[in-house]
Design a protein around this ligand. Structure first.
Ligand SMILES: Cc1cc2nc3c(=O)[nH]c(=O)nc-3n(C[C@H](O)[C@H](O)[C@H](O)COP(=O)(O)O)c2cc1C
Ligand SMILES: Nc1ncnc2c1ncn2[C@@H]1O[C@H](COP(=O)(O)OP(=O)(O)O)[C@@H](O)[C@H]1O
Length: 324
């Protein structure tokens, strides 16, 4: 049972509110800085009546204007779970339509934030814009909320070698890192391992014939996938209320060796036997190992997968934060 209230209908908002405004795809380290000031633990006894609320638009304004779905680091269910784990009490999804798109910044503040949500405290990132043609900015919010507005400056992170410039913590930098197989960077910016959660579905039933059965995952269609190839992964197998940890190797791609046409995401678990169909796997990405290749035979593929397992194990046992 989720304890964060997800509100699509503005009349159902629990108010007065302390709000963090933004899309927060991935709920990365930078987002968490923005959300922190409005969490119950930050509000403390001074503002006990305020409901800790994240306010986003649905659909995302870019989707509304382009008519295209965006790929997401954290699709809806994942985002709700992440916000809940932080202690957010309410997620308000403002229906972004032609009417909202043409609302002036002043009307957005008055009608939505003041009248509809009774906003007492606000936290936003430094570059937050709102209202028609993104005319409103943090100065407009400051004029009304004054000291009750927190503006979080651009967050950067030192990664890799020390003489490298710090990297901006942003959803787009995380997407780029995933697209390049730079899992260390993506995980650092996220503040947790990038994770794929899906139900195990049937594949071509070939894996077992080469000694490497693979659990094929069904993922939310909007989930952002990292580059095609082979990864070392740490997995939780969720069986009802119980959950078992395992290590494994994952392949993402078209499987040219077996003339695959659809992209698949499949995991071979080490030291695991038994049926996984219908169960849920939660897969943490640890390390990109190699690109996908077309092999001349299943025997060559099998030999390569054996090597992949050895490589993956070396990364997995060297990873101090993993539980297994
Ligand atoms: C670690 C690993 C690496 C893989 N690498 C490749 C690859 O480089 N090229 C390829 O065509 N398929 C690759 N595959 C996918 C296999 O072709 C696939 O697992 C096999 O065909 C079984 O598919 P099935 O689950 O549909 O039965 C890999 C699978 C695993 C588990
Ligand atoms: N070690 C393992 N790792 C992954 N899946 C396993 C493992 N052992 C057994 N299985 C089971 O075997 C199935 C995969 O076998 P496979 O022949 O690759 O069939 P499919 O093509 O349907 O994925 C998995 O979905 C799971 O139910």
């Amino acid at each position: 049972m989720l304890s964060v209230r997800v509100i699509f209908d503005p009349t159902q908002i629990s108010r007065p509110t302390a709000i963090a405004l933004g899309n927060f795809d991935g709920v990365h380290v930078g987002h968490r800085h923005v959300i922190a000031p409005i969490l119950p633990q930050s509000l403390g006894d001074r503002n006990p009546r305020l409901t800790s609320t994240v306010v986003s638009f649905s659909p995302h304004p870019q989707e509304f204007f382009s008519g295209k779905l965006r790929s997401l680091l954290a699709p809806f269910d994942e985002k709700v779970a992440l916000l809940e784990s932080l202690g957010v009490e309410q997620l308000v999804l403002l229906p972004f339509d032609a009417e909202l798109a043409k609302l002036s910044a002043a009307d957005f503040m008055q009608k939505i934030l003041i009248d509809s949500m009774q906003v007492q405290l606000i936290s936003v990132g430094f570059d937050f814009h709102f209202g028609r043609k993104r005319q409103g900015n943090v100065n407009d919010l400051k004029n009304i909320w004054g000291e009750r507005l927190t503006v979080i400056p651009e967050q950067k992170m030192n990664v890799g070698i020390t003489d490298q410039a710090p990297v901006r913590i942003s959803s787009s930098n995380i997407r780029t890192a995933l697209a390049q197989g730079e899992i260390d960077l993506a995980n650092a910016l996220l503040g947790r391992p990038y994770n794929l959660v899906g139900k195990v579905i049937r594949g071509k039933q070939l894996g077992r014939t080469i000694g490497f059965p693979t659990a094929n995952l069904e993922l939310p269609p909007q989930k952002c996938l990292p580059r095609d190839g082979v990864y070392a992964v740490q997995v939780q197998v969720n069986q009802g209320n119980a959950s078992a940890p395992a290590f494994g190797v994952m392949n993402i791609g078209l499987r040219p060796t077996v003339d695959g046409t659809q992209r698949s995401v499949e995991v071979h678990l080490f030291n695991w036997q038994g049926d996984l169909y219908g169960q849920e796997l939660s897969v943490n990405l640890v390390q990109f190992i190699r690109p996908e290749q077309k092999f001349d035979s299943l025997d060559f593929l099998k030999a390569q997968i054996q090597k992949d397992c050895q490589t993956a194990l070396r990364y997995l046992v060297a990873e101090p934060t993993l539980i297994c």
